[in-house]
Design a protein around this ligand. Structure first.
Ligand code: ZN
Length: 366
């Protein structure tokens, strides 16, 4: 008798849970609790009359919880975040989500198709917020994304890479003055957190005006995938979702994981090429360097003349130029000012060890 009643009880319980949570409505589409759907929000027509949309995957959990957006390719050539979101969406753990996730892998589809950071009007979307419905294409897209996606959320994570011809160590960027954004970044447990004050026109600044904390995850290069950067990104987002109690504990942390405190750099500085020429780098992202260390050498094509690029302060290299052709004044190494002890977990080897110590995520192969 008990056994026969079980399926009916289960169905009744499911019905109760579903009745508790209102469906999520986006662009006139209704997504019931416990379901996911891709919603295309129309933006405009491309010049050949192909419709341009912003595609949002809504994962509306059965249980109550916060609403969080994860966005990528606001700069169209920063494709690494698209892969992070693709993998994230396939994680089995999201089947039991509490709250709602809005996944937006490609915000700037114009730039994505054109393999460009910018929009066809040569504007930078991340300098165009909050945007205007009657403004430039970038301004309209900023307005659409802010009002249809960001405004609906309690938190956000925006995924970026370095600009073209540069490589970034996986890092979180937040305005440390915002306590809530800082907590997000700490929950992410990136190799390093960098203080980044809010820049006018950026998504972070516009979201902050609305009281929505947003952290930026920066890793890797434009137009490239990088397995370490992707894994740090997926793991970090899952840690944030766990912190927000949207996924169950134990979905991201292995039993023997060591406790580490993420280094926080309040200051950083770019080291610039002192003259033009061909740059050979001697250090890479994740290296700890001391003031006076030779970071690279700039030479003329015959090798007759050679100039050293020197570290101006002790710190962790968080970004490098990847193109050997430099002009005088080009930014070639970005150094976060940290003590060697604080930076010890941010080397590439330490990051790889950290990834290996985490359990392999279970992906949905359906
Ligand atoms: Zn970017």
């Amino acid at each position: 008798m008990q056994k026969r009643a079980a399926p009916a009880q289960k169905a009744a319980k499911l019905e109760r849970v579903q009745r508790l949570r209102e469906p999520f409505v986006l662009e006139g589409q209704t997504i019931p609790a416990g379901q996911r759907r891709i919603v295309d929000i129309p933006l405009s027509m491309m010049s050949d009359h192909t419709p341009a949309t912003v595609s949002v995957q809504v994962i509306h959990g059965k249980r109550d919880g916060p609403t969080v957006f994860i966005s990528a390719a606001i700069h169209g050539d920063e494709v690494l975040g698209v892969e992070i979101i693709r993998r994230l969406g396939r994680l089995v753990a999201l089947r039991r989500l509490s709250g709602t996730l809005l996944l937006v892998p490609i915000v700037n589809s114009f730039g994505f198709i054109g393999q460009s950071r910018y929009l066809p009007d040569r504007r930078d979307l991340n300098r165009s917020f909050p945007g205007n419905i009657n403004g430039s294409l970038a301004s309209r897209l900023a307005h659409l994304f802010l009002n249809n996606v960001v405004r609906r959320c309690d938190y956000g994570i925006d995924l970026h890479t370095a600009a073209i011809h540069r490589n970034n160590l996986p890092q979180a960027r937040v305005d440390l003055k915002s306590k809530k954004a800082r907590i997000l970044a700490e929950a992410f447990e990136p190799p390093v957190i960098l203080n980044a004050s809010l820049r006018e026109g950026s998504l972070r600044a516009a979201a902050s005006e609305l009281g929505i904390p947003v952290m930026v995850f920066e890793a890797g290069e434009a137009l490239r995938f990088n397995e370490v950067a992707v894994r740090v990104g997926v793991a970090g987002i899952m840690k944030v979702l766990r912190h927000l109690k949207m996924v169950a504990k134990g979905t991201t942390r292995s039993a023997n994981k060591k406790i580490r405190k993420t280094p926080v750099a309040t200051k950083s500085s770019w080291i610039r090429a002192t003259e033009g020429g061909l740059l050979r780098t001697r250090h890479d992202i994740g290296d700890y360097v001391r003031e006076g260390d030779i970071l690279g050498l700039i030479s003329d094509p015959f090798g007759a003349r050679e100039t050293e690029v020197l570290a101006t302060k002790d710190g962790l290299i968080i970004s490098t130029s990847t193109i050997p052709l430099v002009n005088q004044g080009d930014a070639v190494f970005h150094i976060a000012f940290l003590s060697e002890a604080a930076a010890s977990d941010a080397s590439i080897e330490a990051i790889e060890d950290e990834i290996d110590s985490n359990p392999i995520f279970e992906y949905d192969e359906l």
